[in-house]
Design a binder for this molecule. Structure first.
Ligand SMILES: Cc1ncc(COP(=O)(O)O)c(C=O)c1O
Length: 385
């Protein structure tokens, strides 16, 4: 079915404006002078790898998260990979995580030689269902890897209590949750290590790839520092074989500028989520995201659920409204993980959510008018059904 839209705007007839899923240009325009000056300074210094900006950004990000240490790496996937390695995860081990995440979470496990073990999710917050963890623990289990998906903190205290009880490591995938809080503490700061991505669409976004591990553990921090730089602490002295996974100076310089407005940007995301919630509260066919009493959600994504997901997405597209699916196929049903021999029905909550979730446009500069346009599009769609 095709849908037509005609909108009159102002005196001259302009084409109806769509709503992008994401727009980073507006924020860049605001901070352009400062960012450009910092980038220019790095260029002038000709020091591009592990210099002053990386050191300062590590200090500033550790302070933001409330941890002793922060170690910059090349991307979020490496943050997870190196954090697991530094926590002793390797061949013969198992790591417990969720099937409704970006594949980077599980790549980090299997690329360290460990086995991925999934547990289902809580249908309210789309994060790990803590009540299902213990039955998956055996003598090979080495770590639990919860994901703070969409910017909503997982229930991390009970995860860490289970980790402690069985002498396991708890590592947080906070790649979508910069600045989110759990019981007043920043996500990433509660487990043995917390991992962040600075991919350009994230709440704290580089102009390319970047990542960070935060931790209170001196040994973990030192090990990651060594691993990210070919296993060396002193030039050309290699105690182990490591990786090339360094955060570069230009990205660190940009991230230092952007970190200053992260709280403000997260506040704007929260305000936008609140407007969506208000406008959609009477649409019975739509489940809007909740914020638990212990959490400060930072809405990396604003994700609704509906039984008519595909039709709604198509309708919104016809009105120029871009949406996303995070993620349409749970990892246990991906071809890449066929060897794990999971089947449809193994994780019913994650499977049901994958069929119903729809990510609506979300970024700090989204306007009330844009959100109203999206909400009325959704209402019109359901009125026609
Ligand atoms: C939940 C999650 N984990 C890990 C990653 C990996 O981060 P990167 O793309 O920086 O490697 C991402 C990035 O999209 C993510 O969303």
């Amino acid at each position: 079915m095709r849908y037509k839209s005609k909108v009159r705007v102002g005196a001259g007839m302009k084409k109806a404006m769509g709503v992008p899923f994401f727009d980073s240009k507006q924020h860049y325009r605001l901070i352009k002078d400062e960012v450009d000056a910092h980038v220019q300074r790095v260029m002038d210094s000709c020091r591009f790898v592990l210099g002053k900006n990386v050191k300062c950004f590590e200090r500033e990000f550790a302070s933001f998260c409330g941890t002793e240490y922060a170690v910059g790496v090349a991307n979020g996937t490496d943050a997870l990979r190196l954090a697991l390695l530094a926590c002793g995860v390797g061949k013969g081990n198992e790591v417990i995580t969720v099937p409704n995440t970006f594949i980077a979470t599980t790549e980090a496990i299997s690329q360290n030689g460990a086995k991925i073990v999934f547990v289902d999710i809580d249908p309210q917050i789309y994060n790990i269902d803590v009540s299902q963890i213990e039955e998956k623990i055996n003598r090979r289990t080495k770590a639990i890897l919860p994901v703070h998906l969409f910017g909503q903190p997982a229930d991390i205290d009970p995860v860490m209590m289970i980790a402690k009880k069985y002498n396991l490591k708890g590592i947080e995938d906070a790649c979508q949750a910069h600045g989110a809080e759990y019981k007043g503490k920043k996500t990433g700061s509660i487990g043995d290590a917390g991992c962040f991505s600075f991919y350009p669409s994230k709440n704290l976004a580089a102009f390319g790839d970047g990542g960070m591990v935060v931790t209170d553990g001196n040994k973990i921090a030192q090990k990651i520092k060594m691993l990210r730089d070919h296993g060396q602490i002193k030039k050309y002295e290699h105690s182990v074989e490591g990786y090339n996974s360094r955060l570069d100076e230009i990205q660190a310089a940009i991230l230092r500028v952007k970190l200053k407005s992260l709280d403000e940007q997260n506040k704007l995301r929260r305000k936008n989520a609140w407007i969506y919630n208000e406008l959609l509260k009477d649409v019975d066919e739509v489940i809007t995201p909740i914020e638990t009493e212990y959490a400060r959600h930072v809405y990396h994504l604003y994700v609704i659920r509906t039984g008519k997901r595909d039709e709604l997405q198509e309708y919104l597209k016809s009105k120029g409204i871009s949406t996303g699916l995070h993620y349409p196929i749970p990892l246990h049903l991906q071809k890449a993980y066929k060897y794990l021999q999971y089947r449809e029905g193994d994780f019913p909550v994650a499977e049901k959510c994958a069929k119903q979730i729809l990510s609506l446009p979300m970024f700090p500069e989204l306007t009330r008018e844009q959100i109203e346009k999206i909400a009325s599009g959704i209402k019109r769609f359901f009125a026609r059904c």
